[in-house]
Design a protein around this ligand. Structure first.
Ligand SMILES: C[S@@+](CC[C@H](N)C(=O)[O-])C[C@H]1O[C@@H](n2cnc3c(N)ncnc32)[C@H](O)[C@@H]1O
Length: 212
C-alpha cells in the first residue's frame, strides 16, 4: 500500500453530510433544537417510518399539551416526531407536561429514560408502572392493518387514563371506531414525503382537530 493521499479511504459526499448531521444533533454543542429536531433520527422505510412535516408535528404537539393540561403525562406510541416536537422547548406549555416515547427503533434510546422499547407484536410487554398513567395517548401504528391496530389498541388501553388520539390511514376508520371508540377528525396530518394513503386523526374526545 502506498502512502499518497490517493490511497486514503474516501467518504462519499452523502456519507460526510450524514456524519455532519449526526455530530450536529448529538455532539457536545447540540442544543435541544438540534437533539430533538424531527429528522435527527433519519427515516428507515423498512420500519415503516414516515415523519410528519413540521406543521403537523407542531399541531399534534399543541393538541396533546392542551389536552394533557398542566402536569399532564403524554405517551407517544410509535410517534417519535411528536415526542421530539414536545421536547424542543419551543411550544407554550411544553415544559409543564412530561412525555414518553414508546418505540421499536432503538436509535431513539438516545433519549434516555424517556424511551420505552415497544413492539406492537407484544402489546402488553411494558413496564407495569406505565399502566393507566397517561392523560393523553397518541399512537401512529406502523401498518394499516386490522391485526396491527388491534394490538396497538391493547397497548393504548393499557397506557391510557382516557384521552386517545390516533393517526393512521383513513381506511382504518371502522377499526378505529370499533376497537377504541374513536371518531375521525377533519384535520389532515401531512408527512415530509407524500404518502399514497390518505392519513387522518381519530379521537375519543372533542378535539380541536375535529374541525380541521
Ligand atoms: C407510520 S410511522 C409513524 C411515525 C409518525 N408519523 C411520526 O412522524 O412520528 C410508524 C412508527 O412505527 C414504528 N414501528 C416500526 N415497527 C414497529 C413495531 N414492530 N412495533 C412498534 N412500532 C413500530 C416506526 O419506528 C415508526 O416510528
Amino acid at each position: 500500500m502506498g502512502d499518497s493521499d490517493d490511497d486514503e479511504p474516501q467518504l462519499s459526499a452523502h456519507t460526510l453530510a450524514a456524519l455532519q448531521e449526526f455530530y450536529t444533533s448529538t455532539g457536545p454543542d447540540a442544543t435541544p433544537a438540534d437533539k430533538f429536531a424531527v429528522g435527527a433520527v433519519g427515516e428507515n422505510w423498512n420500519m415503516s417510518q414516515f415523519w410528519y412535516d413540521d406543521e403537523t408535528a407542531t399541531r399534534l404537539a399543541e393538541e396533546v399539551i392542551h389536552e394533557a393540561g398542566d402536569g399532564g403525562r403524554i405517551a407517544c406510541v410509535s410517534a417519535p416526531s411528536v415526542y421530539q416536537k414536545l421536547k424542543q422547548g419551543a411550544l407554550e406549555g411544553s415544559d409543564h407536561v412530561s412525555v414518553v416515547v414508546l418505540e421499536f427503533d432503538r436509535r431513539f434510546a438516545t433519549y434516555g429514560d424517556d424511551f420505552v422499547f415497544y413492539d406492537y407484536n407484544e402489546p402488553l410487554a411494558l413496564p407495569a408502572a406505565l399502566r393507566g398513567s397517561f392523560d393523553v395517548v397518541l399512537a401512529d401504528p406502523p401498518y394499516l392493518a386490522h391485526e396491527c391496530l388491534a394490538k396497538v389498541a391493547q397497548t393504548v388501553k393499557f397506557l391510557s387514563k382516557g384521552k386517545v388520539l390516533l393517526c393512521t390511514g383513513a381506511i382504518m376508520e371502522d377499526d378505529a371506531r370499533d376497537l377504541l371508540g374513536l371518531k375521525m377528525c377533519d384535520f389532515l396530518p401531512k408527512h415530509n414525503k407524500n404518502l399514497a394513503n390518505e392519513f387522518r386523526c381519530f379521537a375519543n374526545y372533542t378535539s380541536h382537530l375535529l374541525s380541521g
